[in-house]
Design a protein around this ligand. Structure first.
Ligand code: SAM
Ligand code: DTB
Ligand code: SF4
Length: 305
């Protein structure tokens, strides 16, 4: 895997684009809109995250949003052209009644006619089945980094906890959305190890692989992390594409701080999904008009709903 990331840049991009074209329409981008349905107050200490109670980031903790509000947000996302709606909740692990309440939100999103994705923390198998029965398409649960770097950024859970939830999600028959964050101070070898973990997930690699570039948030331990060379980010996308040919590789957080040319390279490297709408969960994302213009300049089309 490290050998792949070490290839001369044009060689790596050529391999990635070649595979991308065999499995995907190279001109099509999926637009996914994110909504934080339960913000802040999370007991975990993930060093990148503005929603952890351990850091003073100015994020105010809220309660789970009401069904009508979420339905309205999903309708606006559909009107703007999104086909996928991802709901995030700042929980370590939801309680039974939280899962029942999110199941109602999933039903509302499905009624609006969008693909539904949720990310709620660690799940029990019954939780995953409840969400599947409500119509959930994907469950997002990221490995985020390599096993040997994980302990540098999170102390309140371990890699094995992540793998156990992913297995339960799979057993329930949900599609898996699982990726990571780059730019947290990890080495290229550790990025290679993250990609290897994703590509070797059993019984199959994830259907959807979000690659996030660290969004540095004031108050978090990673606020002053030096910028990663953007070309290393592009390499990570390309390695995901080459090793997980059928997966949708997603250029996820960090686009607001990214040059248009770097984003264009990510699409050449095989990314075919972006977060669409002014906000990620708590931080900013390029606005809709800007993204429409970027797709137009690149001659890319959004995936039809
Ligand atoms: N609490 C749940 C969990 O951690 O699985 C779900 C929500 S959590 C915010 C979802 C993902 O957002 C994390 O796994 C991480 O990949 C990403 N994320 C959080 N903060 C980020 C940041 N500052 N920059 C980039 N990605 C971030
Ligand atoms: C993922 O991989 N990235 C999204 C989504 N899954 C839930 C979250 C990005 C969060 C960025 C920081 C924030 O806005 O709070
Ligand atoms: Fe909590 Fe998820 Fe943020 Fe970690 S990434 S602090 S689990 S909301």
């Amino acid at each position: 895997m490290q050998a792949l990331l070490d290839l001369p840049f044009p060689e790596l991009l050529f391999q990635a684009q070649t595979i991308h074209r065999q499995y995907h329409d190279p001109a099509e981008i999926e637009l996914a809109t994110l909504l934080s349905v339960k913000t802040g107050g999370c007991p975990e200490d993930c060093g990148y995250c503005p929603q952890s109670v351990h850091y003073d980031t100015g994020v105010t903790a809220g309660k789970l949003m009401a069904v009508a509000e979420v339905r309205a947000a999903a309708e606006r996302a559909r009107e703007a052209g999104a086909t996928r709606f991802c709901m995030g909740a700042a929980w370590r692990a939801p309680k039974d009644r939280d899962v029942e309440a999110v199941a109602e939100l999933v039903r509302a999103v499905k009624e609006v006619g969008l693909e539904a994705c949720a990310t709620l923390g660690m799940l029990e198998e019954g939780h995953a089945r409840t969400l599947r029965d409500a119509g959930l398409d994907y469950y997002n649960h990221n490995l985020d980094s390599s096993p040997d770097f994980y302990g540098n950024i999170i102390s309140t859970r371990d890699y094995q906890d992540r793998l156990a939830t992913l297995e339960r999600v799979r057993n329930a028959g949900l599609s898996v959305c699982c990726g990571g964050i780059v730019g947290m101070g990890e080495s290229r070898r550790q990025r290679a190890e993250l990609i290897a973990q994703l590509a070797n997930l059993m019984p199959d690699y994830p259907e959807s692989v979000p690659i996030n570039n660290l969004v540095k948030v004031e108050g978090t331990p990673l606020a002053d992390q030096p910028d990663l060379d953007p070309l290393e980010f592009v390499r990570t996308i390309a390695a995901a594409r080459v090793t997980m040919p059928r997966a949708r590789v997603r250029l996820s957080a960090g686009r607001q701080q990214m040059d248009d040319a770097v984003q264009a390279l990510c699409f050449v490297a095989g990314a075919s999904s972006i977060f669409y709408g002014e906000k990620l969960l708590t931080t900013g994302n390029p606005d809709v008009a800007r993204d429409r213009e970027l797709l137009r300049r690149l001659g890319l089309k959004s995936r039809a709903g």
